[in-house]
Design a protein around this ligand. Sequence first.
Ligand code: DHB
Ligand code: MG
Length: 222
Amino acid sequence: MAEPTKQNWRRADAYLAETLVGHDPALEAVIASQEREGLPPIEVAPVSGKLLNLLVRICGARRVLEIGTLGGYSTIWMARGLGPDGEVVTIEAEARNAAIARANIDAAGVGQRVDILVGRAADVLPTLEGSTPFDLVFIDADKESNTIYLDWAARLGRPGTVIVLDNVGREGEIANGRSTNPQVIGTRDALAMLGSDPRFDGTALQTVGLKGWDGVAIALVV
Ligand code: DHB
Ligand code: MG
């Protein structure tokens, strides 16, 4: 039996991606563009991108909200899961990232289904109030603001809206109640909110693989 080392997680994850996701020139181009432009390689892993795509399809989403666009990798995965009249609204704080994402998303052929809003999500989210409720919300931005984003996900959703929150494992640091890392604190606060706020019902799965040891929370607005 293989030892649970980082190298072996990566090998197993690469195998799963190869077997279940396959080669994807448009998405590989996003990763290459992020590398070329100096963006951090913190997009979701291929198997997780596929999970987002499947969740969009499983819940029959027509309107998806993404908080944190980066180079558009997860945006493309989700946009591909929508029907022709579906839309991803994605919020990106950095104008330069948004421009890179715009080019990547257009090149992937889903540009007509993606609206990129540039600005700090805490400022942009209130402007979406009163629009058609979102069916799925993917939160993958500054972890310090996770509880603000969860609150907005509930307000901009409806009963049945699916929420996906990235990076809830953080190499196990999530279990460290004494952590002074603002990202860990923000994520612990968000998980506590999912566990105690009556608007949500959720769970979380730890993940290992190409992106190290981390996790993803999945919740429903009830
Ligand atoms: C970080 C952020 C992410 O969204 C991620 O998937 C991995 C790392 C980070 O800020 O370190
Ligand atoms: Mg992330």
